[in-house]
Design a protein around this ligand. Structure first.
Ligand code: HEM
Length: 539
């Protein structure tokens, strides 16, 4: 009785403190931030307790994606409906609430440069949703600080152009094999192909080679396990999120943990085998390209040697020691970041060239001139395919696979005259910058690769107006690989086929993490028997 007399008020006090804390986080703080921005002239839809603007946001998105759109490239209202809607009311810079987290939209290229390059030390990547994090892994995509810098330095050589060029013959072979399968499937010279599925298989193959190199076959099996694990995470992502649910021993979770163990075990075996074989390799791995696995193993060995010889170095801190777990996470990151992005670029480029036969023909004439009607483009050929580069850039401008990126202010900071409180997230809608008439002119929503004829920097009124791969130190590490693969694949397809949209194609660009065609991309391919046949087909 006496004990109750003592504990009850303590309990009430603790509950009160908790309630006040929650109210502070979910009510007073958002109100204060709203007022802070409002005084600076920045408005936005009003914050609602706990959910912020998520309800309106989802409603706008569902409405926009409820039906296909006409065959036009003015896709912003459909793809980023909330931005399009609120921009009309509050202007390009407004505050929107993702739950209790404030996000400020930034589209001014000068401010983008400030955030990503000139004053990047004040901003960091935001923490993604736990389920997305499970998908993307704790690799380069999400790491921060010293550990990120260390991993980036180790992995970078994989993506140097000189290294990637060594992959051209195998990359070309995969595309030729794909095109041969299409030919076999064709009826009276024509075949309807759902290209997004095929391009995913193609890009998966190349990512497997860049990640695992000479251990390609074993690596393929590991990626298959990771793909399965991703399916579980993607499934969970589409359900209501319950914090901590992924730690409960449900049937799906247990399967996912089992997969995790299996992946680690297979990778450890692979690493051991690779270490044994490395004694037989030439110092630089001979003429075989440098791969993620090889470079990370080498880095971990160097660190072990340094530790054993007692040499101290700042790069020998715990955050810089490479473990099997680190390699597993980087593999996940690669698989996630590299596969869908490049396949989406290929899908949209094919759709665009199917919609614009005049550019399809210009691209084809260039390929036939540089590479002839049958040969796989060489590394020198690839460099000469300028029109194809322009086409790919215009595709990345109008249909950027990554439509937005986010940074968080690490401290109170000033940006373009605005005072930004610590913790505010800055939402950079890449796709909105790419479609901005103020930067690209009145034809911003038209497909016109010619705007890139004087290079990327001169295509728009500001060099920061074209940012499909991000900007600054954290720019996409796989950019060279993506462009090389896309150029090779498109060149080989243009050499061998003419193509047009299938009657069943419905134009419906939409977003689920990346920009993809909601109802797929069925395309009709017609085999070209000779170079001259292309002229008849293209027009
Ligand atoms: C068309 C294809 C691609 C597009 C449009 C694309 C887009 C991007 C963008 C916009 C970023 C920066 C994100 C940010 O700053 O928040 C990024 C980062 C990254 N991308 Fe890509 N990407 C593509 C292909 C690839 C490929 C093939 C790989 C290969 C593994 C890859 C791996 C990565 C990684 C690891 C990062 C994080 C880099 C870091 O923070 O150090 N991407 N990508």
């Amino acid at each position: 009785m006496e004990e109750n007399w003592f504990w009850q008020p303590v309990l009430v006090f603790l509950v009160l403190v908790l309630v006040l804390k929650i109210m502070g986080l979910l009510w007073w703080r958002p109100r204060r931030i709203e007022e802070h921005f409002s005084k600076q002239g920045i408005k936005g839809p009003h914050y609602r307790f706990f959910v912020g603007n998520v309800k309106e946001l989802v409603e706008l998105m569902l409405k926009a994606s409820s039906q296909p759109m006409p065959l036009s490239h003015n896709i912003l209202p459909r793809v980023l409906s909330f931005y399009h809607h609120w921009k009309k009311i509050y202007g390009a810079t407004f505050l929107v609430w993702f739950g209790p987290t404030p996000r400020l939209t930034v589209t001014d290229p000068d401010l983008i440069r400030e955030i990503f390059a000139q004053r990047s030390e004040f901003y960091e990547k935001n923490d993604s949703h736990p389920l997305v994090r499970q998908l993307e892994g704790e690799g380069l995509l999400t790491l921060k600080g010293q550990k990120w810098a260390h991993h980036r330095k180790i992995i970078s050589p994989t993506f140097h152009m000189e290294n990637l060029k060594l992959l051209i013959p195998v990359m070309g072979k995969s595309v030729v094999e794909m095109s041969e399968k299409w030919s076999e499937m064709s009826n009276s010279g024509e075949v309807e192909i759902e290209v997004s599925d095929w391009f995913q298989t193609l890009t998966e193959d190349v990512i497997t080679r860049t990640a695992f190199g000479i251990s390609y076959e074993d690596g393929k099996a590991i990626f298959q396990l990771q793909a399965q694990q991703m399916l579980y995470a993607a499934e969970a992502f589409q359900k209501v999120f319950i914090p901590g649910y992924r730690f409960l021993p449900t049937k799906k979770n247990r399967s996912s943990w089992k997969l995790d163990k299996e992946i680690k075990k297979s990778l450890m075996k692979l690493i051991e085998r690779r270490k044994e074989n490395s004694c037989n390799e030439t110092p630089d791995g001979g003429s075989s390209p440098k791969d993620l696995l090889g470079l990370m193993i080498k880095a971990s060995e160097n660190e072990t040697t340094r530790t054993m010889s007692g040499s101290s170095s700042s790069s020998n801190s715990p955050s810089s020691t490479i473990t099997v777990g680190d390699i597993v996470e980087e593999c996940k990151s690669f698989f996630f970041a590299g596969k869908q992005t490049t396949s989406n670029l290929l899908t949209w480029t094919t759709v665009l060239l199917a919609m614009h036969p005049e550019w399809q023909e210009l691209g084809r004439q260039e390929v036939l001139r540089v590479c002839g009607p049958h040969d796989i483009p060489t590394k020198d050929d690839v460099a000469k395919l300028r029109k194809l580069s322009m086409i790919l850039n215009e595709s990345l401008r109008l249909y950027p696979p990554a439509i937005a990126t986010i940074r968080r202010a690490k401290a109170d900071v000033e940006l373009g005259g605005y005072k930004i409180p610590r913790g505010t997230e800055l939402l950079i809608p890449i796709i909105a910058v790419h479609h901005d008439q103020g930067l690209w002119g009145n034809d911003a929503n038209e497909f016109n690769p010619a705007r890139f004829s004087d290079g990327v920097a001169r295509a728009a009124k500001h060099p920061m107006a074209f940012i499909p791969f991000g900007v600054g130190a954290r720019t996409c590490i796989g950019q060279n690989l993506a462009i090389l693969q896309a150029k090779l694949a498109m060149a080989i397809i243009l050499q061998r086929f003419s193509f047009r949209l299938a009657p069943s194609y419905q134009h419906a660009p939409t977003v689920l993490m990346l920009l993809y065609p909601q109802y797929g991309a069925p395309i009709i391919f017609r085999r070209l028997s000779s170079p001259t046949a292309s002229t008849d087909q293209g027009s």
